[in-house]
Design a protein around this ligand. Structure first.
Ligand code: IMO
Ligand code: MG
Length: 428
């Protein structure tokens, strides 16, 4: 068995939850390595329909140890609610662990996320307002509070009062809103700490032990490559790295330890929040994709912007993640389309660009250059064998493989766990 990193290839919401829920059947450990409750991983299986924001998507298998690793930021209230919801659906969470190194989202992070978005006004980034930017800023500013701090009340009080002294200056003097009470937050978080204490521990040894024994370890990413702070459409990005490289730092493994890196891509593109998206369709085709695929945010409920597959961005994503495989999701959404377009290059003024620009000022002016392929009329959601897919669907996949220079190993053709076709063996 092996270590497999699973990352979003586009702007998030590619179906990471579904693919991990499937692959976890053979896994010993599933570890989430980045992001926070800005993520919303939808899983539909015999236990029900779930939108997991923090708990790894492997939680539904009794043999899987699930880890919320050091690279993740945790809002304890959201996590406790998620654990409760899983319990109510009969899911055992006794094999869930939280890294003592994971940073905590504090009330001032969510408040500041909202205040900063409001201050940006028309230039708002469209964040999820979950406190993600502010908590990661505090992590690197060395002002953060970590899950392990909840286990020692003196340490927790010292860190909280020091951070809050500074945050209250920002709240009152910059934003002119009321200060927060250290005592109130202390009381609330000590209560969370009591409930979360059984889950908090040093987690890297669990991952390392399973990897050393050769058991299957899945490293679950969040968001997508184009939201990465270094390589995404900056500043319209999230605040922690979304790339496969982060699966090492966000857990405990070294760069030589992943055997495969699977990028999840939808058969089309979506984006939620502001920022450039060259293939966005503001017409009835975009609306059709949105309604057919229920493209509304799992975290915020916002309608997602929909468009044709962008192979320029896709190729870039394959490169910056070093992908070995692609899992293509939502292919069934194209059932009944007479033709399907793929963006193969951008037109920028008089130039044709085949690589993804680093500057959004250029990307915003790029016009997609499309190639048009035949669609198929039949429903593919009941098909379980690659060879039974209509020729036009196989041709679409083959064209994406060529354009992205990466094999498609899995294709998902519906929301259910069983609606997936294995094209190439993922496990060595
Ligand atoms: P999953 O894991 C889609 C987007 C937000 C916003 C930008 C910054 O479900 O794929 P943030 O709150 O992170 O500071 O917002 O990033 N965003 C996502 N979009 N899926 C996600 O996660 C996202 N997480 C953040 O909409 O544009
Ligand atoms: Mg999402």
């Amino acid at each position: 068995m092996s270590v497999i990193a699973i990352v979003g290839g586009q702007w998030g919401d590619e179906g990471k939850g579904k693919v991990i829920d499937l692959l976890a059947e053979k896994a010993r450990v599933v570890a989430r390595f980045s992001g926070g409750d800005n993520a919303g991983h939808t899983v539909i299986n015999p236990y029900g329909e779930f939108r997991l924001h923090l708990v790894p998507s492997g939680i539904f298998y009794p043999q899987v140890t699930c880890i919320i690793s050091n690279g993740v930021v945790i809002n304890p209230a959201v996590l406790l609610e998620e654990i409760d919801d899983l319990h109510n659906h009969g899911v055992d969470t006794s094999r869930l662990f939280i890294s003592a190194r994971a940073h905590l989202i504090m009330p001032y992070h969510t408040i500041l996320d909202g205040l900063e978005e409001d201050r940006r006004n028309k230039g708002a980034l469209g964040t999820t307002r979950r406190g993600i930017g502010p908590v990661f800023a505090d992590k690197v500013a060395r002002l953060g509070i970590r899950a392990g701090d909840l286990l020692d009340r003196d340490i927790f009080w010292g860190r909280l009062s020091a951070a809050l002294e500074f945050k209250n200056i920002i709240l009152t003097k910059v934003y002119q809103v009321s200060p927060l009470s250290a005592e109130e937050i202390y009381g609330q978080y000590c209560h969370y700490g009591e409930q979360l204490a059984p889950f908090i521990r040093e987690t890297s040894s669990i991952i390392r032990e399973a990897a050393t024994k050769g058991e299957l370890v899945l490293l679950e990413g969040a968001q997508g490559a184009l939201l990465d702070p270094d390589f995404g459409t900056y500043p319209y990005v999230t605040s922690s790295s979304t790339l496969a490289g982060a699966s090492c730092i966000g857990t405990c493994l070294g760069p030589r330890e992943s055997d495969r890196v699977v990028g999840i891509f939808k058969a089309y593109n979506t984006r939620v929040g502001a920022g450039p998206m060259p293939t966005e369709l503001k017409d009835e085709i975009g609306d059709l994709i949105r309604e057919k695929a229920r493209e509304y945010g799992a975290t915020t409920g916002r309608p997602r912007r929909c468009g044709w597959f962008d192979a320029v961005a896709g190729r870039f994503s394959v490169q910056i993640n070093g992908l070995s495989d692609i899992a293509l999701t939502h292919l069934d959404i194209y059932d009944g389309f007479s033709s399907i377009k793929i963006c193969t290059a951008y037109k920028f003024n008089d130039e044709v660009l085949t690589s993804f620009p680093s500057d959004i000022a250029i990307l915003e002016k790029c016009q997609p250059i499309y190639e048009e392929l035949d669609g198929w009329q039949e429903s593919i959601s009941g098909i379980r064998n690659f060879d039974k897919l209509p020729a036009a669907a196989r041709n679409y996949m083959s064209r994406l493989e060529d354009l992205l220079s990466c094999p498609i190993s899995l294709v998902s053709i519906g929301p259910d766990r069983r609606q997936i076709i294995s094209v190439k063996e993922l496990f060595s």
